[in-house]
Design a protein around this ligand. Structure first.
Ligand code: USQ
Length: 394
């Protein structure tokens, strides 16, 4: 099987590429280094240097004998996307640079993924909307025209649902209205321009499924934490990019870095904001399980990709407890919330579908936190406190 990974240089894309390569799939990754360039532009470094894609894939090949083909290109350009399906693609790195052929699965991570970035100013809002929607639309048309049987596995986000005062179902809601019944996409009401772009992605793909019988799985993922996967453990040069700044860092990763550097944990507002979380290892499992049993033609299949829920206060307490055991002087500070979000709310999402497909969760245990702390402690000297909190307001 051949898997195409769009956004293959990212926090999730690169570990996914290695994981599938290790499972024996043919893998091609595509990226335009948006994330690295944005970090340079904003002056927010990452915790450690990660080699560029063609260096990473060379290291991977040296260690495992396996090939991950690399294309550096902007997927907002429709011709770049179409070249991946019509054979006109030029690889930027490959052992054998002949065309691998049409993929059976496309995993689509190629999005501007940060809510704060999308609200920095109108230009960054535009970048977010135009990149995310154009890439999704280009992919949809390329699949329709050139490879209609391809299974699209799209990374969505739990944030599409917001925090409604009713239970959150897996994508769909049965409605009874004036004596008649129908099934609709679960109501969505996102809290950022980024999250809103993901709602629009879902709408685009739902259109493609209805009109052209595409097969799509939309994985509504919560905030991811973690550093190591089985593949990154082979060599530290294979570690994924790791952000801890306000723009691109997710909350658990940030709290661990803050604990190590002695920066009071940045709990926004009252800290009752509750979300569903998952370990990066489980992202890989979920995508693999979704890929192994594809959606039917004409099906938009939606799973809620989370393993457990926590409030920000619970996360801060858990991270602080482990940090203190390790000798760090961890303090917690409630900051005025730069975001517009409910700080105390009902939250009861369903997340059974991926478990039914055979995913077995890695929970956020003390042991997992210790593992993350030990990697961050290795890089303590390079932590920059000035990028931790600037207060990008909604
Ligand atoms: N938070 C804090 N302090 C911080 C950082 C965050 O209290 O220093 C709070 C936020 O206010 C929010 C929660 O923690 O209530 C999660 O924030 P986050 O920055 O970890 O996650 P978010 O902005 O929601 O976005 C992340 C990823 C995004 C993904 C999303 C899943 O960046 O790509 O789609 O998680 S979800 O949140 O379920 O929509």
């Amino acid at each position: 099987m051949h898997v195409l990974i769009l956004g293959g240089d990212g926090y999730l894309g690169w570990p996914t590429a290695m994981h599938f390569s290790n499972l024996g799939y043919e893998v091609t990754v595509v990226d335009n280094y948006f994330r690295r360039d944005a970090c340079d532009e904003l002056g927010v470094g990452m915790l450690f240097e990660a080699p560029l894609l063609s260096d990473r894939t060379r290291i991977w090949h040296e260690l495992t004998g396996r090939e991950i083909k690399v294309v550096i290109g902007d997927l907002a350009d429709p011709e770049v996307v179409r070249s991946l399906f019509d054979g006109s693609v030029r690889y930027d790195w490959a052992v054998d640079d002949s065309f691998t052929g049409v993929p059976e699965t496309v995993v689509h991570y190629a999005e501007q993924p940060s809510a704060p970035y999308s609200l920095m100013d109108y230009k960054k809002a535009n970048v977010t909307i135009s990149n995310n929607l154009l890439v999704t639309n280009n992919l949809m048309f390329a699949v329709r025209d050139l490879a209609p049987n391809v299974h699209i596995v799209k990374l969505g986000t739990m944030g599409e649902y917001g925090t409604p005062d009713i239970d959150i179902e897996e994508g769909w809601l049965d409605i009874e209205h004036k004596g008649r019944k129908d099934r609709f996409l679960f109501p969505r009401q996102a809290g950022s321009i980024y999250h809103t772009s993901k709602i629009m992605d879902t709408d685009l793909l739902w259109f493609g499924v209805r009109m052209w019988n595409l097969r799509v799985t939309d994985l509504m993922q919560g905030p991811v934490y973690g550093i190591e996967t089985d593949e990154t453990l082979m060599d530290p040069r294979l570690r994924t990019i790791f952000n801890y700044d306000e723009v691109f860092g997710t909350v658990i990763n940030r709290f661990i870095v803050q604990s190590v550097s002695g920066y009071p944990l940045t709990v926004y507002g009252k800290g009752g904001q509750t979300r569903g979380y998952l370990n990066v290892r489980d992202t890989l499992q979920c995508v693999a399980k979704a890929m192994e049993s594809p959606a039917e033609a004409g099906e938009l299949r939606i799973f809620n990709q989370i393993m457990e829920t926590f409030s920000v206060n619970q996360l801060a307490d858990m991270v602080a407890a482990v940090g203190r055991i390790r000798g760090h002087n961890v303090k917690i500070r409630n900051l005025e919330n730069p975001r517009k979000e409910a700080e105390e709310h009902y939250y009861n999402p369903t997340y059974q579908g991926l478990l039914d497909l055979g995913v077995s969760p890695h929970y956020l245990t003390e042991e997992v936190l210790h593992g993350m702390f030990s990697v961050v402690e290795e890089h303590k000297a390079s932590i920059r406190n000035d990028v931790i909190f600037k207060g990008i307001k909604w």
